[in-house]
Design a binder for this molecule. Structure first.
Ligand SMILES: Cc1cc2nc3c(=O)[nH]c(=O)nc-3n(C[C@H](O)[C@H](O)[C@H](O)COP(=O)(O)OP(=O)(O)OC[C@H]3O[C@@H](n4cnc5c(N)ncnc54)[C@H](O)[C@@H]3O)c2cc1C
Length: 411
């Protein structure tokens, strides 16, 4: 029997978790992990936190210890982007022209930073997605410049916190009326603004950016849609991400703002699964097609895709498990841990359960059902809340378990 081959494309957390899972599931064929970046697989969350403010170095952020891949016979093909996938002949083609025939493939190519305007090539202008991006930004922050962060999403806010911790003057500019709009309701956005203002960061919400002003020496500031200019030596754009799917254009795989997958993380091509930031799949628990751009999902989905692919290749398709987690993310800002578990919509009802000088817990509900839990410095309640959402817990029970209620709005 010919040796079987699983190709994992994307050597970040979802791809590494998938390769590990394939081996843990007992697959004994060849496993190749292909990555466009030349670096050994590293962790992204520290790029905006400990790596940026100097608490960690590059060697601290490796995803796995040295020897991990060799021990599992996972062959690394780093510094090699995959340029196409042909499901009819089951082949992935790499930038150097090599063709990798696969029995099974897991696509974990993640996402890249979005730039709202054509990128002017200017000193001091940054996005933050990769280790190289982080190192370039870190070098610029050494001069303790005036920093403007465009976009008050999680990455933007973390960059603001790290730059402020380093002693930079920092302004955050956000088009929406509160930070994290779309992801979390206004009440929580306002709390996060307070956190930043207490540390001396200026947060300007409701301010659109028309362009980045560039002079002979690099960026000089950002021009707002109201005609005002905020001066800056460094501008960091945190305007969201786009799934990395262009290399799949000729593959015929169905797309849906990301790769369209079923509840098992399978794409519509035989033997091809997807995981992580690049995948949109049907999450049965919420009966929704979702794409999640967070670390824990990438780990859990990489694992699920790896296990399901091996079951599929072994002819045990009915043993595959639907991937139906409660999404979870965290963010660290000025030593505060912000966490959210669940699915929230801006029109969900919000009930504040605990509020103290150092911690905060609120739950999101729709009708009688618990939809999500948000906490600041409340890891125990968020972990518990995540389990309650998974169990389909109703609001009364959730309030009883998680603490006494003080209503903010709704219900
Ligand atoms: C600065 C930063 C901070 C973050 N902080 C948090 C946090 O605090 N909490 C949290 O929950 N989440 C956080 N995240 C999000 C989290 O890191 C991502 O959800 C996670 O990295 C997604 O993993 P992934 O493997 O799906 O994709 P990615 O991490 O995007 O990796 C995809 C990999 O595929 C490679 N690739 C792309 N195209 C190709 C190709 N054609 N061929 C070969 N390789 C290719 C890319 O180079 C990349 O290495 C953060 C992200 C960033 C950038």
């Amino acid at each position: 029997v010919a040796t079987r081959h699983i190709v994992v494309v994307g050597s970040s957390i979802a791809g590494v978790a998938a390769a590990d899972a394939v081996r843990a599931a007992g697959f004994e064929g060849i496993v190749t992990l292909v990555g466009a970046e030349k670096h050994v697989p590293y962790d992204r969350p520290p790029l905006s936190k400990q790596l940026l403010d100097g608490r960690k170095s590059i060697t601290d952020i490796a995803l796995r210890p040295e020897g991990h891949y060799a021990e599992r016979s996972v062959e690394l093909r780093l510094g090699q982007a995959a340029v196409s996938l042909d499901p009819t002949v089951r082949e992935v083609v790499l930038a150097d022209g090599s063709h990798l025939r696969y029995d099974g493939c897991i696509v974990a190519t993640g996402a890249r930073a979005r730039l709202p305007w054509p990128r002017p090539h200017a000193a001091g202008l940054h996005v933050l997605r990769s280790q190289d991006d982080a190192c370039a930004l870190q070098r610029d922050l050494e001069r303790r410049p005036r920093v403007v962060v465009v976009g008050a999403g999680f990455i933007g806010l973390e960059v603001a916190a790290s730059a402020r911790t380093l002693g930079c003057a920092v302004t955050v500019v956000e088009m929406a009326t509160t930070p994290l709009a779309g992801a979390l309701p206004q009440e929580i956005g306002q709390r996060i603004v307070q956190l930043h203002e207490m540390e001396g960061v200026r947060v300007r919400c409701g301010a659109g950016v028309r362009s980045v002003k560039v002079g002979p020496a690099g960026v000089e500031g950002v021009l707002l849609t109201n005609g005002m200019t905020v001066p800056a030596d460094v501008v960091v754009v945190g305007a969201g991400v786009v799934p990395e799917v262009e290399w799949l254009r000729s593959s015929g795989l169905s797309m849906d703002d990301g790769i369209a997958c079923d509840r098992f993380c399978a794409t519509d091509a035989p033997g091809v699964y997807a995981a992580g930031d690049v995948a949109r799949w049907h999450n049965e628990l919420f009966d929704e097609r979702i794409r999640v751009e967070h670390w824990t999902n990438a780990v859990e989905q990489g694992r699920a895709a790896g296990m399901n692919l091996v079951a599929d290749l072994d002819g045990r398709r009915d043993e595959r498990m639907p991937f139906a987690p409660v999404p979870y993310f965290w963010s660290d800002q000025y030593g505060a841990k912000l966490q959210f578990a669940g699915r929230a919509r801006p029109d969900d009802d919000l009930v504040e359960l605990n509020d103290g000088p150092r911690g905060f817990v609120a739950i999101f509900t729709r009708g009688a059902r618990l939809r999500g839990v948000f906490g600041i410095n409340a890891p125990r309640q968020v972990a518990l809340g995540r389990r309650l959402v998974a169990q389909g817990c109703d609001v009364e029970d959730a309030v009883a378990v998680l603490g006494g209620a003080q209503q903010l709005r709704g219900a």
